[in-house]
Ligand binder design. Structure first.
Ligand code: SAM
Length: 281
C-alpha cells in the first residue's frame, strides 16, 4: 500500500469516511522521498525506539517501523485509529496511542515502552501547536537523543536561528539551551495533501546530555530571556527593568557583573551570556 499515492489516499478516505480536519493540522505527506529521509536522518535504527507525534494515515510511521526496533505513535484524532489498524497491519513493532501528545506522560511512556533503548522523536508536526510540543519535549528533559520534526519554514528559521543574530527570539534561546538545532532540508507545500499555504522544513534538535544550570536557575534564565526579547529593539536595562519589575540601575548592575555592556540588546547575546546574566539574578 503506497500512502504517498493520491488515489490510495482517496480510496482510504472513502473506505473509512475520513475528511481532513484543518483545525488538527491534517496535511499528509505525499512526496515519496520525504518520510524515508526523516526516518534516516532522525536516527531510526534497529537499536532505537521512536516516538511519533501525529500519524495521519501512517505514511511516516511505516518508514519508522521499517527501520526502528519499536515505534510508539501518538495520534489525537480517534477517526484515524481504525485507518491505522488497516494501513499498519503488516508492522508488529508499532503501538498507536489515541491521545493528545501534550497530555501524555512521556517520561512514563519512555520508561515503560523503551527499556534499554535509545529513544528519538520523529514527526510531521501539526503546525498549530509546533512550539508547545517542542517546548514540552525539551523542558521535561526527556531521555531522548534527538527530535526530528517537520515544521513551517518560518518557525524552523526562528527555532534554528544562530545566537546571537537578528533572527533569534525567546523560543530560539529556549531551544538552544536544551539542544543543538540544525536545519536538515526544505519541503515545498506541494509535498502535502491537502497543500498548505506555507512551505516547510525538517529540522533536528540534538538534545544536550548536560545542561549548565540547575532547574531553579533555568526558571530565572527563561524569565530573563522573555523580558529581554519582550521589546527586542530596546537596550537590556530598559527591557529587563520593564519585564522583571526592577530599576534600570539594578538591571545595569547585574549586566556589569555578568560582563555585559549596558548598551547590549537581546539579539546581541549568546546563550552563554544569557546564562551568566541569569546567574546574577
Ligand atoms: N504524519 C502524517 C503525515 O506526515 O502525513 C500526518 C501529519 S499531520 C501534519 C499532523 C497530525 O497530527 C494529524 O494526523 C493530526 O490529527 C495530529 N494531531 C494534531 N494535534 C495533535 C495532538 N495534540 N496530539 C497528537 N496528534 C495530533
Amino acid at each position: 500500500m503506497n500512502l504517498t499515492n493520491l488515489s490510495t489516499i482517496r480510496e482510504i478516505a472513502d473506505k473509512f469516511g475520513f475528511t481532513f480536519s484543518k483545525s488538527l493540522g491534517q496535511n499528509f505527506l505525499i512526496n515519496p522521498s520525504v518520510c524515508p529521509r526523516i526516518a534516516e536522518m532522525g536516527g531510526a535504527d534497529e537499536n532505537t525506539g521512536v516516538i511519533e507525534i501525529g500519524t495521519g494515515f501512517g505514511v511516516l510511521t511505516k518508514e519508522l517501523a521499517k527501520r526502528a526496533r519499536k515505534v510508539v505513535a501518538i495520534e489525537l484524532d480517534s477517526r484515524l485509529i481504525p485507518v491505522l489498524q488497516y494501513t499498519l497491519a503488516d508492522y508488529d513493532n508499532v503501538k498507536v496511542i489515541n491521545e493528545d501528545v501534550l497530555k501524555v506522560d512521556l517520561p512514563g511512556l519512555i520508561a515503560e515502552e523503551f527499556p534499554g533503548m535509545e529513544v528519538v522523536v520523529c514527526a510531521n508536526l501539526p503546525y498549530y501547536i509546533t512550539s508547545p510540543i517542542i517546548m514540552a519535549l525539551l523542558e521535561q528533559r526527556l531521555p531522548v537523543k534527538a527530535v526530528t520534526v517537520m515544521v513551517q519554514k518560518e518557525a524552523g528559521d526562528r527555532l534554528c536561528a544562530p545566537m546571537p543574530s537578528r533572527e533569534c527570539g525567546a523560543v530560539t534561546a529556549a531551544v538552544r539551551y536544551y539542544s543543538e538545532p540544525k536545519v536538515l532540508f526544505p519541503v515545498s507545500r506541494g509535498s502535502f495533501c491537502p497543500a498548505p499555504n506555507v512551505d516547510s522544513m525538517v529540522i533536528r534538535l540534538d538534545v544536550k546530555d548536560a545542561l549548565p544550570l540547575q532547574p531553579e536557575e533555568e526558571k530565572t534564565l527563561f524569565r530573563v530571556v522573555k523580558a529581554a526579547f519582550g521589546q527586542r529593539r530596546k537596550t537590556l536595562p530598559n527591557t529587563l527593568s520593564a519585564g522583571l519589575g526592577i530599576s534600570k540601575a539594578e538591571a545595569a548592575e547585574k549586566m556589569a557583573a555578568a560582563g555585559l555592556k549596558p548598551t547590549a540588546r537581546a539579539e546581541e547575546l549568546s546563550m552563554e551570556q544569557f546564562c551568566r546574566l541569569a546567574k546574577e539574578f
